[in-house]
Design a protein around this ligand. Structure first.
Ligand SMILES: [Zn+2]
Length: 147
């Protein structure tokens, strides 16, 4: 049995019990479904009230879904890419620490062997290197490194 909240064309609300949704459809078409108050056979299914709070809940939940997609969606992909980038840097470049600026000048000097380095540099040092035509790339900071 299925219970439907029904409403007639005079706005009388009542419940109707049907053995199936198909039976309800058939009976409503034939005009068997009658309003117990006024006897009108112009009866339609009332909007199910429980559906409204459910929709509102979904709307309230949505910011959380955005948050969770930020953790597991494209943002997680970006973090994974940054992690991979750092891994590649660690494996293929030499760590020079705070000597980065002077080492960078050597790396970009054709007289020295070609190699890659990474390390720490101040904004001023990076600016100077840039003025000298030496390209540097800021490495992304990963969440686990922000301690
Ligand atoms: Zn009625």
């Amino acid at each position: 049995m299925i219970k439907y909240s029904l409403v007639c064309d005079y706005d009388h609300n009542f419940d109707g019990w049907f053995s199936s949704s198909e039976v309800y459809e058939e009976q409503s078409i034939v005009g068997v479904v009658q309003c117990p108050v006024c006897g009108s056979t112009d009866v339609t299914k009332a909007l199910m009230m429980p559906g409204v709070p459910a929709k509102q809940n979904k709307r309230i939940d949505q910011p959380q879904q955005v948050l969770s997609s930020a953790k597991e969606g494209p943002a997680a992909h970006m973090v994974a890419m940054m992690r991979e980038l750092r891994k590649q840097v660690h494996e293929n470049a030499e760590y020079v620490g705070p000597r980065f600026a002077e080492e960078a000048r050597l790396v970009n000097d054709d007289e020295y062997e070609q190699r890659s380095i990474y390390g720490e540099a101040s904004i001023e040092e990076v600016r100077q290197l840039n003025d000298e035509g030496i390209e540097t790339f800021p490495l992304p900071t990963l969440p686990e490194e922000q301690n």
